[in-house]
Design a protein around this ligand. Structure first.
Ligand SMILES: NC(=O)c1ccc[n+]([C@@H]2O[C@H](COP(=O)([O-])OP(=O)(O)OC[C@H]3O[C@@H](n4cnc5c(N)ncnc54)[C@H](OP(=O)(O)O)[C@@H]3O)[C@@H](O)[C@H]2O)c1
Length: 352
């Protein structure tokens, strides 16, 4: 008889509190080809996890039934590890990309999962499993935006503005940009300030104090940025008025996109706005600055550099709260509040 395991599973679309159930006899996956079996000790949540259940577009693409989520730390159980420096029993950090989970329905919020061997790296000894799980998606996203799209280079002293310094992506984007030697300016609300200060950005703007775009234009109009990384979205003016504080050859990278409600007109409006931002040339009234909105992708070598930065203390885990496996629905409530400071984590098998 096939072995089973405990897993959080959704069989239809809807709010996690309605559709996500803890199943006791979900089939335990079997390693094959390049996919390695990992016993999951901790998983970190990301907005894309619940968006695959609720968001029009994503929820239509999601195969069901499915186990959600993408970021994990755990222990290698088996599989063909040839060509790697890994072995059975190694403690690892791993990542299952959203496009893979969408197609296979196999995510990481379960006792076991399968991970491509090139998306595993040894867990640094100086962090716990619940900390280790917080890095992959958000740090890969930061690499994608800052380095691969916008050309962040080590030691170049580039000027970087990161909107949303206390969020899951923001806390790692700030640290990565600092590790690359950039001058980093970021935003947060007053309750998050202490946390963001601990990440050592060069300046922090309180977006609640007064209009953010005005603050940027006043303070940075005469020393514009090379890169703007928007992890919050919603405020279209940040892009439309960016020529006031972004260099002519600077990059504006957006991962959140325009805000939209769950109805056809609103979704259409956001789509038109994205096309406008991406394609409208300056001579037709478009913003004369490069704009990019897309889904992140992981890249070879970044997971290993990430682990090295963790060992050197240049990347520190920022954990908002750890929830036990059985309380994953409470973890989703926290993730969906849009107020988490750093990462929301689910502990699956203790942290020893
Ligand atoms: N395109 C991609 O590939 C990709 C990849 C990763 C994430 N994303 C998207 O990026 C977005 C952010 O993800 P996340 O994991 O960082 O989310 P998150 O952790 O849920 O973000 C919560 C944080 O947002 C901050 N925040 C809320 N409104 C803000 C505002 N107006 N200005 C500045 N900060 C604000 C809050 O800080 P305060 O309480 O201090 O305001 C809170 O710390 C999500 O929409 C996610 O889906 C996209």
């Amino acid at each position: 008889m096939a072995e089973t395991m405990r897993a959080w599973v959704f069989r239809s679309s809807g709010h996690p509190s309605k559709v996500l159930k803890l199943e006791q006899d979900w089939p335990k996956p079997t390693p094959s080809g390049t996919r390695i079996l990992v016993r999951v000790k901790a998983a970190a949540l990301n907005p894309v996890g619940y968006k695959a259940m609720v968001l029009p577009g994503l929820r239509w693409m999601q195969k069901k039934p499915a186990v959600p989520e993408h970021d994990l730390a755990g222990v290698i159980e088996g599989g063909d590890l040839s060509g790697t420096d890994l072995k059975v029993g190694d403690e690892v950090i791993g990542f299952v990309p959203a496009d893979s989970t969408m197609k296979s329905g196999q995510g990481v919020l379960a006792e076991f999962t399968l991970v491509e061997k090139n998306l595993l790296t040894k867990k640094p000894d100086n962090i716990k499993f619940t900390e280790a799980a917080t890095f992959p998606l958000t740090t890969f996203t930061s690499y994608w935006a800052l380095k691969r799209v916008a050309g962040l280079t080590k030691g170049s002293g580039q000027r970087v503005f990161i909107n949303g310094g206390s969020g899951g992506v923001g806390v790692y984007a700030v640290q990565l940009a600092k590790a690359y030697g950039a001058y980093v300016v970021t935003t947060c609300s007053p309750p998050s300030r202490k946390l963001v200060e601990s990440l050592s950005p060069d300046d922090i703007l309180d977006y609640k104090e007064s209009d953010l775009v005005e603050q940027l234009a006043t303070k940075y109009g005469d020393k514009p940025f090379d890169i703007i990384f928007d992890t919050v979205g919603h405020n279209s003016d940040l892009y439309y008025k960016s020529p006031k504080f972004l260099k002519k050859d600077g990059h504006f990278v957006d991962i959140a996109g325009p805000h939209f409600e769950s109805n056809f007109i609103s979704i259409l409006g956001a789509g038109v706005e994205l096309i406008n931002r991406n394609l409208r040339p300056a001579f037709l009234g478009g913003v004369p600055r490069k704009y990019k909105f897309a889904m992140m992708t992981p890249a070879e070598g970044e997971l290993d550099e990430m682990a090295q930065f963790i060992r050197e203390g240049k990347l520190k885990a920022v954990v908002d709260e750890v929830f036990p496996f059985e309380k994953a629905l409470a973890a989703y409530d926290r993730q969906m509040s849009n107020r988490a400071k750093g990462k929301v984590v689910v502990s699956i098998a203790g942290d020893a």
